[in-house]
Design a protein around this ligand. Structure first.
Ligand code: SF4
Length: 315
């Protein structure tokens, strides 16, 4: 089975690259996600030549911008980090996602402490220098912090985005772009889009209705930016119920009276938070398997990622 290239902070794979010589091994990443993700580890501080062990560093804000300074103020590693950013980021163009280590002035994505030139904390809303550059260069790339993957909703959302973005990169991006490839991508993600953002779903259809008005690559760029924006939004229970009701409409002939009743009961139970999404979704998949509807056959919403990740048991 082919695996999906995903970047990761090296210390999360158990490599002893932290400033104190330790690691931050994530068993979820190496034990579960590694079944599907081909992890590409990067330790920006090691690449910057800071060595292991090394003095702790932090972010300081100067009029000319953020700098990576040793915590005792003795050395400035900003130029070395910028060289890593310039050298490493171009090589990451084929990634479909990135998992970052939290609380690091290099890798942290959110809530990183920022100090003033004297070393006092002025706010805690910073982003590590490498993480900021990564996200600026690849704005479509699904990026998440490892700690946030403990949250069932955030984990499910991140992994769904990685698989969707992989589909785009494999089948539509670059020299694979054709009108047909773009329309087929949109078709198979329609119900996912509807669940994530009905507003964006309603914008994207018309965008594809006239593919001759502008260069196809311009339309594709606009399409995927909005698509990934939609996919970043958490799906509420109500939005899933709405998408499932649309699906049920297509499965009218495959559902007997009793089955329909059970499906509606379980959809309502899901809406009330009494059963997880996997329950009504499995009933829908059973109906589709018994009397396949061509249009639904390609719908990623029914199976956005491998079942054995167990993500829909927990949302
Ligand atoms: S957080 Fe980033 S810079 Fe720090 S040890 Fe891990 S990979 Fe290296």
């Amino acid at each position: 089975m082919s695996t999906i290239p995903v970047g990761i902070s090296s210390c999360l794979l158990g490599r002893e690259v932290r400033h104190d010589g330790g690691h931050k091994h994530s068993r979820y990443c190496t034990g579960v996600l590694a079944r599907y993700f081909d992890f590409r580890p990067v330790c920006p501080e090691l690449e910057a030549g800071l060595g292991v062990p090394r003095p702790a560093i932090h972010l300081r804000e100067y009029p000319e911008g953020l700098k990576l300074i040793e915590s005792n103020g003795s050395a400035d590693h900003t130029t070395a980090m910028q060289a890593v950013i310039d050298g490493v980021l171009p090589e990451l163009h084929d990634l479909r996602g990135y998992i970052l280590m939290a609380k690091s002035p290099s890798c942290g994505m959110t809530r990183i402490k920022v100090h003033n030139p004297e070393g006092q904390v002025i706010h805690r809303d910073g982003r590590g220098l490498f993480a900021a550059a990564l996200m600026a260069r690849y704005p479509l790339l699904p990026v998440e912090e490892e700690g946030r993957l403990n949250d069932d909703q955030l984990r499910e959302n991140f992994i769904e985005r990685v698989f969707a973005y992989d589909d785009w990169m494999q089948n539509v991006a670059g020299d694979k772009l054709t009108a047909r490839a773009l329309i087929e991508f949109h078709t198979r993600h329609k119900f996912q889009l509807l669940a994530h953002s009905e507003r964006i779903y309603r914008q994207l259809g018309p965008m594809l209705s006239d593919l001759r008005s502008e260069p196809l690559s311009t339309i594709a760029d606009r399409y995927i930016a909005l698509f990934m924006e939609a996919m970043t939004r958490q799906v509420t229970r109500g939005a899933h119920v709405n998408a499932m009701q649309h699906l049920m409409g297509y499965l009218r002939d495959a559902l007997g009276d009793e089955e329909r009743k059970v499906l509606l009961e379980q959809t309502e139970a899901y809406h009330r938070g009494e059963v997880p999404l996997i329950v009504p979704m499995t009933l829908l998949r059973m109906a589709q398997r018994r009397e396949p509807v061509d249009y639904l056959h390609t719908q990623k919403y029914l199976s956005p990622y491998p079942d054995d990740l167990g993500l829909r048991n927990r949302v």
